[in-house]
Design a protein around this ligand. Structure first.
Ligand code: FAD
Length: 378
């Protein structure tokens, strides 16, 4: 029997669903069986240890998987991202009981996770969140609103951030608890099949065993671990988008003739292709570097991942824009993949740390290496 690598499994899966993704985007939902289908192939827990239901495949394999899926559908890649973010947080900071209960189910796709941290007034700056997790009897009571939760319409469990006695903390909240309300978000710019929802928690009772890490560890440890994992997979998804757009743009200019000449004859068109090819290759190399740093447990991995996600999101946005440009009206057509990626890629420059915040993080690291401390400067 031939045992396929995670990368090969991802390539096969992406190829099998490639022609369906436009319809998912139009309908605003992935097929209900998608999580189980990914999970049955091991693709929702590629980097999880085998003891927790994963494939233990490592960062590079996870990255290549996300590039394959990202090259087909950002929402599909988003499912791998969110399951991975919550799984990574639980693997590192969860209790043995939380890991036993949730990690195999998330890896198999029999349960879907949501990551609920953003609020109306707390986006980039999560420290100003106002959701409260008050002590109530032996457990807690959760009250607050979260926005823009990917797969929030269908998630079975949410990892939610809030304040316990004024300290940032995270809890797991099963979606069927009384007081959990979902408001579907539809028609947003990109990732339209990612079934987003805004959430309201009205005095939701949460048992003490649902607390993830002690109070005070929420943002700095649990949320940070999830976002770091998310950035890595988003970056690789953007590599897939950029590569797909470059392929379509190149194929189009080779075949399309206007005014008696091939589009490929125009130097301005070649210039667009040349820049797109370099941006795409550079993004891939930075993502590969991030994978190597992560695999080595290098402390530089966090900033290396920020840099990779930043470069890849920019590349995806630039290359998708160039692809739409050279495709002309075909790039604007309802079924245009570069057109869909053009919308999706802009989102990638905003989520998991906006482009501006990534620049600041990389610059701060650079300055620190040169002995400059920002402590007290702000
Ligand atoms: C499709 C989609 C899916 C999402 N999924 C999730 C999810 O699953 N879970 C979740 O919790 N959230 C999710 N979000 C929310 C997302 O994480 C936030 O939108 C993001 O963190 C930015 O926050 P904001 O929108 O409030 O923008 P703001 O924080 O208001 O920032 C707006 C812009 O201001 C600039 N800016 C802000 N602060 C700074 C700064 N310190 N330095 C420099 N520039 C700055 C940046 O240009 C930034 O893009 C999702 C959003 C979208 C669109």
């Amino acid at each position: 029997m031939r045992v396929l690598s995670v990368e090969a499994l991802g390539a096969d899966f992406a190829a099998a669903v490639r022609e369906e993704a436009t319809g998912w985007d139009r309908r605003g939902a992935l097929p209900a069986e998608m999580a189980r289908a990914l999970g049955a192939n091991g693709l929702l827990g590629a980097d999880l240890p085998r003891a927790h239901g994963g494939l233990d495949a490592g960062a590079a394999a996870l990255g290549e998987l996300c590039a394959h899926l990202g090259g087909v559908c950002s929402a599909l890649r988003g499912l791998v991202t969110v399951q991975g973010m919550v799984s990574a947080a639980l693997l590192r900071w969860g209790t043995p009981a939380q890991r036993d209960r949730w990690l195999p189910a998330l890896a198999r796709g029999t349960r879907i996770a949501g990551f609920a941290v953003t609020e109306e007034g707390a986006g980039t700056d999560l420290a100003v969140a106002t959701t409260t997790i008050s002590r109530a009897g032996t457990g807690f009571e959760l009250t607050g609103r979260k926005r823009w939760v990917t797969f929030g319409q269908v998630a079975d469990v949410f990892l939610v951030s809030g304040l316990v006695d004024g300290e940032h903390t995270t809890v797991l909240v099963e979606a069927d608890r009384p007081g959990v309300w979902r408001e579907p978000v539809t028609g947003q710019l990109g990732m339209r099949a990612a079934q987003l929802a805004h959430l309201r928690f009205d005095a939701v009772s949460v048992p003490a065993e649902n607390l993830v890490a002690p109070p005070g560890f929420g943002l700095s440890h649990v949320v940070a671990t999830a976002l770091d994992h998310g950035r890595f997979t988003v970056g690789w998804g953007c590599v897939g988008m950029a590569e797909a757009c470059l392929r379509e743009a190149t194929g189009h200019v080779v075949n399309r003739r206007q005014g008696g000449v091939s589009l490929a004859e125009h130097q301005v068109v070649r210039g667009l292709l040349g820049r797109a090819a370099v941006d795409t290759a550079a993004a891939r190399e930075l993502c590969r570097r991030a994978a190597r740093l992560r695999a080595a447990g290098d402390p530089e991995a966090v900033v290396g991942t920020v840099a990779a996600k930043y470069a890849a999101a920019r590349a995806a946005a630039e290359v998708a824009g160039s692809a739409v440009q050279v495709l002309g009206a075909a790039g604007c057509a309802p079924e245009s993949r570069p057109g869909r990626f053009f919308r999706d890629a802009k989102v990638m420059e905003i989520i998991e740390g906006s482009a501006q915040v990534c620049e600041l993080t990389v610059a701060e690291d650079l300055l620190r290496r040169h002995g400059y401390s920002t402590a007290g400067a702000r």
